[in-house]
Design a protein around this ligand. Structure first.
Ligand SMILES: [Cu+2]
Length: 439
């Protein structure tokens, strides 16, 4: 075979390969054509960078920030720094976690479909790391899986990821090297891609990452090695009473974008006072005909879920994971069951040996805040914080949607002032007599 012939053969093989790729891309493009999320060809031409206020309305990350960027020659450029971070989960409980750019979790990356982006990642951790762009259509070499698609970024090194965004929606990023340790230490964040043309105007667009941690009271670093006994359940790495409220004005259209990168748990997030519709997952938009009303959205590990509703009912509405152990803080798990136990006389007897002894939990856990317990260092009560009427006996994955008739700003407006819909209160004798309620 002469050299010319070989060239022809190589050329046609390349051509055939090229044709096959094109047809596979067509299939993918077709399969994504029915919704606003477009997959398909890797060879898309980049569009100019989108600008906040002009091309999109920025999302809100309660307790967090957006990752800053700059535009260099038409490319949106970000710089992430993986590093140890001193983080506060709630007043009184802190730990040295691992995060990005001085934050746990990392800042929210916000971009626009069609943009070309370049993300530098500098590693200031004591071990190698990578960043995986979860749910994103990337060229394979940008996928960030340590060992598989790249050499892991060693301490002190800076790597560069670059591609053109070919979809829109709610996505995530996280370490994909020594995942159990690095994700257990906090190395994750949300990645939002706005559509190039905004058809659906949202007034309040909240981003909430769900995750879970083990922080033994009295210690100063999360333990990523546990498999089931997590004791800090967080929204954007905060547990109640440290979670900032979500504030909306009556009539605002609200979107909640949840992501879940917990180690081992799915989270059914329940909103009081409303129903919502699930409008998208990280796989794409859900057609309107397939959306149905719900009051709880299950956010499985490794997934995102977008829900939308109109905030038409004013008040302070609880929003929380409905797994009861996920609305407890440290030390709420694995206690001996004392409910119904007769503690009379026991305290005095044991106090003769242990002066600080107090039997707890025999009437339930709701009164614990009154006990003036001496708390171990770096820990918080297993439930709650002070509310306007009483102690709120929830912790962990709990926050409050505050909807107000009037608002001058979206700063936390404080507790709801009941003009209508008065709170439940003592039943009067007259009421009970009238309704035949005997006590
Ligand atoms: Cu949960």
């Amino acid at each position: 075979m002469d050299i010319k012939r070989r060239h022809v053969l190589l050329g046609s093989a390349a051509l055939a390969g090229g044709a096959a790729l094109t047809s596979a891309q067509n299939v993918q493009a077709k399969s994504n054509r029915n919704n606003s999320y477009s997959g398909g060809s890797l060879n898309v031409k980049a569009l100019p960078p989108g600008l906040p206020g002009k091309d999109y309305t920025p999302v809100i990350t309660p307790g967090g920030i957006a990752l800053p960027w700059k535009i260099i020659d038409g490319v949106k450029v970000f710089h992430m720094i993986a590093e140890p971070v001193q983080h506060e989960f709630a007043p009184g409980v802190q730990a040295e976690c691992w995060g990005y750019n001085g934050r746990v979790h990392g800042p929210t990356i916000e971009a626009v479909e069609g943009e070309r982006i370049r993300i530098y990642v500098t590693n200031r951790l004591p071990e190698a790391t990578t960043v995986h762009w979860h749910g994103l259509f990337v060229p394979n070499g940008m996928d960030g899986v340590g060992g598989l698609t790249q050499r892991a970024i060693r301490p002190g090194e800076t790597y560069k990821y670059e591609w053109t965004l070919r979809q829109n929606g709610t996505f995530m990023y996280h370490s994909h090297h020594d995942e159990m340790t690095q994700m257990g230490m906090g190395m994750m964040g949300m990645f939002i891609i706005h559509p190039r043309h905004q058809h659906n105007k949202i007034d309040r667009d909240f981003v909430i990452m769900l995750s879970e941690w083990k922080l033994e009271p009295g210690t100063s670093r999360p333990d990523p090695n546990v498999m089931s006994d997590f004791n800090l359940l967080t929204m954007n790495a905060k547990c109640f009473p440290g979670t900032p409220a979500l504030v909306a004005k009556q009539g605002d259209k609200v979107r909640l974008r949840f992501g879940n990168l917990s180690a081992m748990d799915h989270h059914p997030i329940h909103l009081h006072g409303y129903y919502f519709k699930q409008v998208a997952t990280d796989g794409g938009a859900i057609p309107i005909s397939a959306q149905y009303p719900e009051t709880t959205v299950l956010v499985p590990v490794g997934s995102t879920r977008d829900v939308e509703f109109v905030a038409d009912a004013p008040g302070d509405w609880a929003m929380h994971c409905h797994m009861t152990h996920h609305v407890m803080n440290q030390m709420g798990h694995g206690l001996p069951n004392m409910i119904g136990m007769n503690a009379e006389g026991i305290d005095e007897k044991i106090q003769s040996i242990l002066p600080d002894y107090m039997t707890m939990g025999h009437t339930g856990m709701g009164g614990m805040e009154d006990m003036n317990m001496v708390m171990p260092k770096n820990s918080i009560p297993m439930v709650g914080g002070h509310g306007p009427f009483d102690y709120i006996t929830m912790g962990g994955m709990f926050t409050i949607l505050k909807v107000r008739e009037q608002l001058d700003s979206y700063e936390d407006p404080g507790w709801y002032n009941y003009k209508t819909g008065k709170p439940a209160t003592f039943a009067s004798q007259e009421d009970m007599l009238r309704d035949g309620i005997k006590i």
